[in-house]
Design a protein around this ligand. Structure first.
Ligand SMILES: NC(=O)c1ccc[n+]([C@@H]2O[C@H](COP(=O)([O-])OP(=O)(O)OC[C@H]3O[C@@H](n4cnc5c(N)ncnc54)[C@H](O)[C@@H]3O)[C@@H](O)[C@H]2O)c1
Length: 335
């Protein structure tokens, strides 16, 4: 089958491209390189021995998108990764986020309808859930995002639900990712943020290579086992394989609209991550405790049961795997 990946040279898209190719599908990628590099295409080819068809185009450009579908009229499914994802930036530049993250989806639906392509997998996020005292988060828990980025995900989910209601033969899988970390075992693909990273693992990796001095841990008095924040970290390769499970389901049946969490169901604290990283990679990461960060919650982890029951999705990688592969990639790609 022909599968179109928007944002397929980014962190999650590139790992998923490898899995899509390994599953025997023909892969087409559209990416405008706003947050990725063309070299990633060579790396996907190096790992899989197959080069995806690539279009350097903006998904918000409907003419460009139409051209891609004209040249590839038999696309079976679209996996839509393209979008901006930095929460802090979305608070400073909300319009940039609403434009890119919403217009891209609207354009895709319009062009897919024109070319009779009826399968859509969307990169949603755990940020769509309202703050909850109850964990793990299940797919039918109340929703309510707290920042513009999260709202773009929530609005996208609502747009897709409305569209599916109006087109019952259109199939949509909303995948709510928890916290993807780690890298491909080859050390060729990984997360490569520009500047000082916002997320824990890329930050830890830069401390380990000496690019940053130490890690600040925000808060040590949360109501968790060791006082630091707890999140559901999922290995990027496990996450990528979740998309293959969703595709397989779409190949078997008309799914209508389905929503799945992609997480492990296990919450790890910041100290769990730092200690495991130091255990598997050598004692490289120093840390200090600083005040809590406004807006951060104590705990957030997924119920993975629905994805396991309905998609047969089960994660296999350990926290050690996540820490080892992240550092391998960082060492290989030190700037
Ligand atoms: N990484 C996470 O922690 C996380 C968690 C939940 C959801 N998500 C979502 O998953 C998706 C992929 O995330 P990622 O971590 O791989 O991000 P990423 O920034 O690494 O990848 C996104 C890719 O999309 C491209 N892109 C952005 N806008 C585009 C446009 N208009 N046209 C064409 N290409 C465009 C970028 O160049 C980049 O290669 C995003 O939608 C993100 O919001 C990510």
């Amino acid at each position: 089958m022909k599968i179109l990946l928007t944002g397929g040279l980014g962190y999650i898209g590139s790992h998923t491209a490898v899995e899509v190719i390994n599953a025997g599908h023909e892969t087409i990628i559209i990416d405008n390189l706003s947050n990725s590099k063309i070299e990633v295409l060579e790396k996907i080819e190096k790992i899989t021995k197959k080069r995806p068809k690539f279009y350097q185009e903006d998904v918000c450009d409907i003419n460009a998108l139409t051209k891609v579908f004209k040249e590839n009229p038999d696309i079976f499914a679209v996996i839509h990764f393209a979008g901006f994802k930095a929460v802090g930036e979305s608070c400073k530049e909300p319009l940039k986020y609403y434009k890119n993250n919403l217009i891209s989806t609207l354009n895709l639906l319009e062009v897919m309808e024109k070319f009779n392509c009826k399968n859509f997998i969307f990169s949603s996020s755990a940020t769509v859930y309202a703050v909850s005292e109850i964990m793990p988060l299940e797919e039918d828990f109340p929703l309510g995002a707290s920042n513009p980025y999260g709202r773009t995900k929530l609005f996208n989910e609502e747009i897709l639900e409305d569209y599916q209601n109006a087109h019952p033969d259109f199939n949509i899988v909303l995948l709510r990712y928890f916290n993807p970390i780690g890298a491909h075992e080859s050390g060729l693909l990984g997360e490569d943020p520009n500047g000082i990273p916002n997320n824990l693992m890329p930050y830890i990796c830069k401390v380990a290579t000496g690019e940053l001095d130490h890690l600040n841990i925000f808060g040590k008095d949360y109501n968790t086992k060791d006082g630091t924040g707890v999140r559901d970290y999922i290995h990027i390769v496990d996450l990528a394989k979740g998309h293959i499970k969703a595709l397989e389901k779409m190949l078997e049946e008309n799914v209508g609209l389905k929503i799945y969490n992609l997480g492990t169901g296990t919450g790890y604290s910041v100290l769990d991550i730092v200690n495991t990283f130091n255990k598997v990679n050598g004692n490289l990461v120093k840390y200090e405790f600083v005040a809590r960060r406004p807006g951060d919650i104590a705990m957030c982890y997924a119920s993975p049961s629905k994805a396991e029951k309905e998609l047969g999705f089960k994660t296999t990688k350990t926290l050690e795997d996540m820490c080892r592969s992240s550092y391998l990639y960082q060492k290989n790609n030190k700037k």
